[in-house]
Design a binder for this molecule. Structure first.
Ligand code: ARG
Length: 594
């Protein structure tokens, strides 16, 4: 859908000698309605055009007025204020949302790019903590956004399934482990064994050697070591899968760190050939001091490759074999330096696509105000959090709507949705604090609040019964009492713009709702450019606030006239579609009743 901003920008661009997109980016939503629906400040053009902003504003206003596409155009100082046909915009929003919510993406953005996104990537033999939830849900939402924008998305789960830790896991299991216990609760049991290993190793340092020896055997392909390691992976993956199913997560590829074991020699050789490897205290490193970065260790003094080496091999594989031309890493902010080093080394290796690699960092997850740490044993299991949130949602539903038919299914959608939305609603670099009271508050800025607003819209439409069928055509919706609703759709004047300058009056609460939904296009573009799903979460919250205001201020089913009623039902239906679409993008379900 062509936005009104774009329509204005197309007319203004030739007048001020800038590109359409540059002009569109300058257009603002004025703070109050006697300054129009959209405003263009003309100060920026003054230098280039050698003219006073007021004069430029007058020229711009003349062009816009002559187009006949707007209700009214005013000049106020250096600003041009544009008044839109409210009914025209409303009709267009309703029409597009009811036919295809994908209107949110204008076609020219579908660039055919492909993005390989590394997200979730938990460590095997440890439980899925709430910390990895952030990577999982932010990555999932970004993947959905990019897909909706027409890009190809390759989701990758870069499991932490290799390293000296596994030697310790094997040693511990052989000493104290029990097959049945691990089978029943693989990740918790393996973590318990690992923690016990560390505790005992403090008293008995020989254990460390034992762990190292087992890792060596694993690397050398020893049968027993391999079999145990593989079993740990299989059991852990089964446990992760249950969580992924609940969250609705699916990766195109699950390629753990071990997958790159046979792909690292080529990287090391290439680095050596290109003269990038230097020796430093027995280890082989790439010196990055010229870029103000610490050296990137490629091979340790004992010949072992490390995390960074694997990431180099993985990046090359993702680009060359999987065909990702943008590589995205959704990983906590504490790994920022690691990714700076990896991207720099790729660049020095001559991979020009290194400039298209992006670390999408995020802030820590706190739990009731406290930081979490696996090492200090302060780990909060995601399964427990989800379980408790669902139980809590169930309790609230029992209280509010005990006769709801599919209560447990709705409680699942609401409980999980509460946890997920809490993770996505703030700018990703901010820390997230998790408190059940807050995330499940139906009146706060929460997942349940958005889901509840959606269910409310569904309920209005259900009550309308045969007066409102999903198939009701937009032509049947007449806006305003004057019936002049037939102005915009398909008219040559442009989208949502009233050719004859008339405006079917909208109630202010109706208009506010239309305005919020009409921001979708630009907000989605920004969310994609900044890889920031919180912009979508904030937008859907704004739409929910506007809908609830509309719901309280304006009678829908008992509207004074039939045409008002049809229009308001159309708006309600559009809101329903809008909220459901945003919730799904963010990875939440949208129950029709709750
Ligand atoms: N497993 C790592 C961790 O939990 C995250 C891996 C991120 N992805 C990557 N390609 N390094 O810290």
């Amino acid at each position: 859908m062509k936005s009104q901003k774009l329509a204005i920008a197309e007319l203004v661009a030739p007048v001020v000698g800038l590109s359409t997109s540059d002009v569109a980016a300058l257009i603002e939503y004025p703070p109050n309605e006697d300054m129009g629906d959209l405003a263009l400040p003309c100060f920026r053009f003054a230098k280039q055009l050698r003219k006073a902003p007021t004069e430029i504003a007058k020229d711009v206003a003349t062009t816009l007025t002559e187009s006949g596409a707007f209700s009214k155009v005013d000049v106020a100082g250096g600003y041009v204020n544009v008044y839109l046909s409210h009914s025209g915009v409303a009709r267009q929003v309703i029409q597009t949302l009811r036919s295809n919510p994908l209107f949110l993406f204008s076609e020219e953005r579908q660039k055919g790019d492909s993005f390989a996104i590394d997200y979730s990537s938990p460590n095997i033999a440890k439980p899925f903590g709430v910390g990895h939830l952030r990577s999982t849900m932010i990555g999932h939402a970004i993947a959905n956004l990019l897909r909706a924008d027409g890009s190809t998305v390759i989701g990758i789960n870069h499991l932490g399934d290799w390293g000296t830790q596994f030697g310790k896991n094997i040693a511990a299991y052989r000493m104290w482990g029990d097959e049945e216990t691990v089978r029943q609760n693989p990740t918790r049991e393996l973590l318990a064994l690992y923690v016990r290993f560390h505790a005992e190793a403090e008293k008995n340092p020989n254990l460390e050697d034992e762990g190292r020896a087992w890792f060596k055997r694993l690397e050398d392909g020893d049968e027993e070591a391999r079999a145990l390691w593989q079993w740990f992976i299989d059991e852990s993956l089964k446990a992760f899968q249950a969580t992924y199913d609940r969250l609705g997560i699916h990766h195109e590829y699950v390629l753990g760190e071990s997958f790159y074991n046979d792909k690292m020699d080529a990287v090391v050789d290439e680095l050596r050939e290109k003269g990038l490897l230097v020796e430093s205290q027995g280890a082989e490193v790439v010196d990055l001091s010229a870029y103000d970065l610490p050296p990137c260790i490629i091979r340790k003094s004992d010949g072992a490759t490390i995390y960074a080496t694997r990431d180099l091999a993985a990046a090359i594989y993702r680009h060359d074999v999987l065909g990702g031309n943008h590589l995205i890493y959704v990983v906590g902010g504490e790994q920022t330096l690691h990714f700076q080093q990896v991207f720099k080394v790729l660049e020095l290796m001559g991979r020009e696509w290194a400039k298209d690699c992006r670390h999408v960092a995020f802030g820590m997850m706190k739990y009731n105000g406290e930081r979490l740490s696996t090492r200090r044993g302060k780990i909060i299991y995601l399964e427990d959090v989800l379980e408790k949130a669902v139980a809590e949602a169930m309790r609230i539903i029992e209280e509010k709507n005990p006769s709801l038919p599919n209560k447990s299914d709705v409680a699942e959608a609401v409980g999980i949705g509460a946890v997920v939305f809490n993770d996505l609603k703030n700018y990703r670099m901010h820390e997230v604090d998790f408190r059940y009271e807050d995330v499940l508050n139906f009146d706060g800025e929460t997942g349940p609040y958005v889901q509840y607003t959606h269910a409310r819209a569904c309920s209005v439409l259900r009550k309308a019964g045969s007066d409102w069928e999903k198939g009701t055509s937009v032509e049947a919706i007449v806006i305003g009492n004057d019936g002049m609703g037939n102005d915009a759709v398909g008219s040559s004047a442009g989208p949502g713009i009233n050719a004859d300058g008339s405006s079917g009056e909208l109630h202010p609460s109706e208009w506010r709702l239309v305005v919020e939904m009409n921001k979708a296009n630009e907000v989605f573009e920004r969310a994609i450019d900044q890889l920031d799903p919180s912009l979508v979460a904030r937008l859907v919250l704004d739409v929910c606030h506007a809908f609830n205001r509309f719901y309280h201020d304006v009678p829908i089913l008992s509207a004074g006239t039939e045409s008002d009623k049809m229009f308001r039902l159309g708006l309600t239906d559009a809101t329903r579609a809008f909220i459901a679409y945003c919730l799904n993008l963010l990875g939440l379900r949208a129950p029709e009743a709750m």
